[in-house]
Design a protein around this ligand. Structure first.
Ligand code: NAP
Length: 285
């Protein structure tokens, strides 16, 4: 039987530990740790994700500071808002919900977030540092996947990992994290030729394509580890998971796999940022 990589229960365990860390922080510092969440526009899925992140803050005793900007917000206005939050002494982490409306320069805004507050791991500086094996907050979804694989003690060294998707906050950082874990990594994208052949050689598959059930079950070999980062209405992922459940080594369910780990990782990194800011304050005192 395949191991079910249960992101729901693993994230609950992480949250229970974080609640204790937040309690400790609150016993030392007057103000609770704060995660600012910026939502631009009225996309219902984005609004749901931001709400879920606010609820996760409350579950672990953190505060969220929701910032909702209208669809017409310009890049300059969003940059000014990010700057305000960068300078706000009581804000420890900043989340800018992706995607922002198309007229905004999302990359410029991600990169404007102070690296010490970039707890969602979206900035170029953090990506570069993570890729070089230096201390950085990893992009929350791939970092959450790494935490999930670690929670099940899956040995990754030497595996051939195939990541399908190369987006800046998912596929690309995922590939670098698996490389750091000593996998041999292949990155596939929309121009890749003969994807089924490449996937049949994979010990570990990460589906990050954004197309429902795009990756077919017969492209994946027996005993592979299967991670499905996709999420579509009706609880469908990027991989046709059902036929795989009895012949792979491990798989992430959809829902309840990668999604909860993304939020738990954001919370973990926000708590780390709050702890570091406290230490920094002590050094300066
Ligand atoms: P994205 O920015 O749209 O990127 C999709 C990637 O898939 C691109 O690199 C694209 O290649 C590649 N692709 C598209 N068609 C392909 C094809 N026919 N063959 C091979 N590759 C193809 O999406 P994303 O933000 O990375 O998200 C991917 C999925 O993860 C989505 O289902 C999204 O909902 C999900 N997601 C989940 C979470 C979570 O917390 N659970 C978080 C973020 C995203 P090109 O670069 O060549 O265009």
């Amino acid at each position: 039987m395949a191991i079910i990589l249960d992101g729901k229960s693993t994230s609950k365990q992480i949250e229970a530990q974080l609640a204790l860390r937040v309690q400790n922080l609150r016993s030392i510092r007057e103000h609770p740790p704060v995660l600012a969440t910026i939502l631009v526009g009225a996309d219902p899925a984005s609004a749901t994700y931001v709400r879920m992140k606010g609820e996760a803050c409350r579950r672990i005793g953190m505060e969220s500071l929701p910032v909702h900007l209208d669809t017409e917000t310009t890049t300059e206005q969003l940059l000014a808002e990010i700057q305000r939050l960068n300078e706000h002494p009581d804000v420890h982490g900043i989340l800018l919900q992706h995607p922002v409306p198309a007229h905004i320069d999302e990359r410029a805004c991600f990169d404007a977030i102070d690296a010490r507050k970039d707890v969602d791991g979206v900035g170029c500086l953090g990506f570069g540092r993570m890729s070089m094996g230096l201390d950085a907050y990893g992009s929350a979804t791939p970092q959450g996947i790494m935490h999930l694989l670690a929670a099940y003690d899956l040995a990754l060294s030497g595996l051939h990992a195939v990541v399908v998707g190369r987006s800046p906050i998912l596929g690309k950082p995922m590939a670098m994290m698996l490389l750091a874990a000593d996998c041999t990594v292949t990155i596939c994208h929309s121009r890749t030729q003969n994807l089924p052949k490449i996937l049949r050689d994979a010990d570990l598959v990460v589906g990050a394509v954004g197309k429902p059930r795009f990756i077919q079950a017969d492209w994946i070999r027996d005993q592979a580890i299967v991670v499905d980062a996709g999420y579509h209405p009706g609880g469908i992922g990027d991989i046709d998971l059902d036929p795989l459940k009895n012949r792979v080594r491990a798989y992430t369910p959809v829902p309840g796999g990668v999604g909860p780990m993304t939020i738990a990782t954001l919370m973990l990194q926000a708590v780390m940022a709050a702890e570091r800011s406290l230490q920094q304050g002590r050094i300066q005192d």
